[in-house]
Design a protein around this ligand. Structure first.
Ligand code: SF4
Length: 363
């Protein structure tokens, strides 16, 4: 299959659904790690097509959602520094921090610019040599190579007023942390497609080996996801768990070695703070000392007031897969996309926003 339409072919979809119904004999609980998968599953009504034996849970794979309030408060404090320009993707603007949001800080006069790529941030830095331009680097392994490349480009272009706040996070360590917490019993994981295009399939090998959980790397079209679910069920039914790639057009077992080398030049592994989970050792990417003049944490050390979590918000539990948006008393009442209480209602990949837009009525 070469074109998007082919991955939405109804006839093929029906065949896959029939296969899933035929082969699924025992109850399975599958987690789609990635927010992009959550959106696709809800948008295309995939849950409704599955037999009652198959339960789908959403995981922590939404970069905006997993950004801890502590880190968000830092971004807002940085935005209030005189002479600073914060550059960020639009999703971050409305996320409520402990005391304010970037949107409120902008309304109060902070210089915050929404960018569509890190190139835009570099150009803003070049055009404003008297200002310190800070790029809010949220994301997973997918985003890290581009951010690494931007540092080399800044060096080449002689841009010295460009800084990165690296809030980048790594997927396999949070998967291990969730499994170690033991709050949710899982039989299979729909592993992220874009992240795996960078890291490959090997970093997930510990999951079947140590936890006996099936893993299949999936693309984002409806047929990709149905195919992945069929493969996961087959593994569970046969009692033989392993890591498989359903997204063969995007992922190689070894990943993208060029991108991995680029990342490794600029970043080293460090601890990261995850909303709802806390600090997970070696689950983030920090800028190496050689590039510390680009590192916002080095150039502008910031302390913030004690963190406050939004009252009544279950984002943390939703990101850990122990609750769904429907469990939240604020969902669709005081918390809606125009007035979000937590990040899962803001982000385009957030579970609450996906439930809201696609009218999901069961967890
Ligand atoms: Fe938080 Fe709103 Fe989602 Fe409830 S509905 S968990 S308040 S983001």
């Amino acid at each position: 299959m070469k074109f998007i339409d082919e991955f939405r072919n109804a006839e093929l979809g029906q065949k896959l659904v029939a296969k899933i119904h035929q082969s699924s004999t025992k109850p399975v609980r599958l987690m789609e790690f990635c927010g992009g998968h959550t959106v696709s599953i809800l948008k295309h009504g995939i849950r409704q097509l599955l037999p009652p034996t198959v339960e789908m849970l959403s995981g922590p794979g939404c970069p905006v959602c997993v950004t801890a309030n502590d880190d968000l408060d830092k971004v807002i404090a940085l935005a209030r520094l005189p002479n600073a320009i914060i550059t960020t993707f639009g999703d971050m603007m409305k996320v409520p921090g402990s005391y304010s949001s970037l949107q409120e800080a902008k309304a109060e006069g902070a210089n915050i610019k929404i960018v569509y790529s890190i190139q835009d941030a570099l150009n803003i830095a070049q055009d404003n040599p008297q200002k310190s331009v800070i790029f809010v680097g949220i994301g997973f392994e997918t985003t890290a190579p581009t951010i690494a490349a931007s540092i080399f480009e800044a060096e080449q272009r002689g841009i010295k007023n460009f800084h990165i706040l690296s809030l980048l996070k790594l997927c396999p360590p949070v998967m291990r942390a969730l499994l170690e917490l033991g709050e949710v019993r899982l039989n299979g994981i729909v592993c992220p497609g874009h992240v795996s295009a960078i890291i490959g399939s090997y970093p997930y090998e510990f999951i079947p080996k140590e936890y006996n959980i099936a893993c299949v790397i999936s693309g984002f079209e409806p047929l990709d996801i149905l195919f992945t679910i069929a493969m996961l069920i087959e593994q569970v039914e046969k009692g033989k768990t392993k890591v498989e790639i359903a997204y063969l057009r995007g992922v190689k077992p070894e990943g993208n070695t060029h991108a991995l080398k680029l990342m490794d030049k600029v970043f080293e592994v460090g601890d990261a703070n995850w909303r709802g989970i806390g600090v997970i050792s070696k689950s983030g990417l920090k800028i190496r000392k050689e590039y510390q003049h680009f590192d916002t944490e080095n150039v502008f050390p910031i302390t913030t007031a004690p963190v406050r979590e939004p009252k009544g918000c279950l984002c943390g539990e939703i990101l850990r897969g122990v609750k769904t948006p429907l469990d939240c008393k604020l969902f669709r009442k005081t918390c809606i996309p125009e007035h979000p209480v937590g990040p899962c209602m803001v982000s385009s990949e957030g579970a609450c926003a996906a439930y809201f837009h696609y009218g999901a009525t069961y967890g």
